[in-house]
Design a protein around this ligand. Sequence first.
Ligand code: HEC
Length: 105
Amino acid sequence: MRLLILILLSAISAYSHAAPTERQLRLLSVNCLQCHASAHTGAPVMGNPEAWQPILAQGKQQIMTHVVEGLRGMPPLGYCSACSEADLVTLSEALAGQALPEATP
Ligand code: HEC
């Protein structure tokens, strides 16, 4: 687990604005990566900018509504009952590889 977290940390710090704590990285690997690490689940894959571009265009508020309430194959809270809303923002930014932008009017 520790090695996985270190690998995740270095992968994320290479391109992300989000700075997840070690606890958040554990939540990410336990709750989000089971789907967001492989495209066949239908989830946008972590570190794939093409998959995340149309999602980011929706803006932070819409994205977080989808994360909290669920959206098709995305379960409510991403199955992470231990995640606070702030955790979910940071984890989503880690998956997207950048900060979630406010919606453009
Ligand atoms: C059971 C599989 C699964 C798990 C677990 C999961 N996701 Fe997802 N997630 C998906 C799928 C599938 C989609 C694409 C939904 C769609 O657009 O049809 C998605 C979409 C998203 C999106 C984009 C939402 C949007 O507005 O389009 C975000 C952000 C996200 N997930 C974050 C997370 C986070 C953070 C976690 C962990 C706390 C997580 N997911 C856990 C399957 C999962």
